[in-house]
Design a protein around this ligand. Structure first.
Ligand SMILES: *Cc1c(COP(=O)(O)O)cnc(C)c1O
Length: 388
């Protein structure tokens, strides 16, 4: 079996998650809106999932909206809050290193007359809290921030950023916590945010299941219309199995902290040292403020995509930027925002570990990754030398 080092793209679902989902699908398959026994059984399972997620986020169950994943939660948060707040203003703020779901939701809103300020980041991908408060105006409706970056693993100074956003009382704060959820405690009242998105499949739960926290009293316009499910905030018959899987994954991740993140960070550090020992390899993202499982580098004189292909042949599954941007020839918007020229950004390599990564996996990766980098680079340099 190949070694899986692409946990930022998705994670293998836990056996307990699969088991809980199979049980719901075979025994609680009713429509939760039906009033008969089958419906009540499904409703009970859905309520249980919602209460579990709410407990882990320290919020009220009525503040949890289940969605079809991270992207939908993000779209609902951003578009829902922007449209609901339009009478108050049309100014929105985000950052240059957001996931495509965030950036494209704002791109869509721009077509309808919203103005979007995109905050720059430093060399490590961090946003300056002073720049955030300076960007706010009387007409700012929403600020959307990322907690942990999917491409370079950088953790934003979130508490500081939120405090600066709060200098304007009327501004709503949304946090894309999709990459943070596997590793960090999401104590929503302490984070003091209004909206927060998570996705099941990034934390060993199911793909196609996400959740949006909506602070009580936050005006939000539904983006999917139909029935009155999810308190009129998200129409459609609920995916009870998905919600159950997400809830189980979140609970287990929380229960295992800080032991699992600490152990994974130790393995990551070993791999980091082995990879950075190769000449012409540079760490991207923040050296300390980064997700425990995340290693991202730039390899000089090499195309990251060729490295990914070569590593795949050697039995190591990893990626060159984000999974969503794979196949695109454009340089990563994240690395570009961090100040890397397109030429350097081409050499991006991302190795992301997870809970199930073993010592033996990393022993092997510590040998294979540096050797493969050297070999692919030697080939690329020889090829370049042959060109006139
Ligand atoms: C994966 C990811 C998303 C999108 O979540 P999906 O469930 O795949 O739609 C959003 N934000 C970040 C930071 C992510 O890593």
């Amino acid at each position: 079996m190949p070694i899986y080092l692409d946990h930022a793209a998705t994670t293998p679902p836990r056996p307990e998650v699969v088991e809980a989902m199979v049980s719901v699908m075979s025994e609680a398959w009713g429509n939760p809106s039906s009033t008969h026994a089958f419906g009540r059984r499904a409703r009970a399972a859905l309520d249980e999932a919602r209460e579990s997620v709410a407990r882990d986020l320290r919020v009220d169950p009525r503040e949890v909206v289940f969605t079809s994943g991270g992207s939908e939660a993000i779209n609902l948060a951003i578009k829902g809050a922007a449209w609901a707040g339009k009478a108050r203003g049309h100014h929105l703020v985000t950052t240059a290193v957001e996931h495509e779901a965030v950036l494209h939701a704002f791109g869509y809103l721009e077509k309808f007359g919203f103005e979007v300020t995109v905050l720059p980041v430093d060399r490590y991908g961090r946003v300056d809290p002073e720049a955030l408060s300076a960007a706010l105006t009387e007409r700012t409706v929403l600020v959307s921030l990322q907690y942990v970056n999917n491409e370079v693993g950088t953790v934003q100074p979130l508490a500081d950023l939120v405090r600066h956003a709060r200098t304007q009382r009327h501004v709503l704060v949304h946090v894309d916590a999709v990459q943070a959820a596997p590793w960090m405690d999401l104590d929503v009242p302490a984070l003091d945010v209004d909206l927060l998105s998570i996705a099941g499949h990034k934390l060993e739960g199911p793909r196609g299941a996400g959740a949006l926290y909506v602070r009580r009293g936050t005006a939000l316009l539904a983006q999917q219309h139909g029935g009155s499910q999810e308190r009129h905030r998200r129409a459609g018959t609920e995916d009870v199995a998905g919600a159950t899987g997400l809830a189980r994954a979140l609970r287990l991740a929380r229960r295992e902290r800080p032991a699992v993140p600490d152990r994974v960070a130790g393995l990551r550090d070993r791999l980091r040292d082995a990879v950075l020992a190769v000449p012409g390899v540079e760490l991207t993202g923040h050296p300390q403020h980064r997700a425990p499982g995340h290693l991202s580098v730039i390899v000089r004189d090499v195309d990251g995509q060729s490295l990914v292909v070569a590593l795949d042949l050697e039995g190591i599954a990893c990626s060159s930027g984000s999974a969503c941007a794979a196949g695109s020839t454009e340089p990563s918007h994240v690395l570009t925002a961090m100040g890397y020229p397109a030429e350097e950004a081409r050499g991006a390599l991302r190795l992301t570990l997870g809970r199930t990564t073993t010592e033996a996996d990393i022993d092997l990766a510590c040998r294979i990754v540096p050797a493969t980098i050297e070999r692919v680079r030697a080939g690329a340099v020889a090829l370049a030398a042959r060109d006139p």
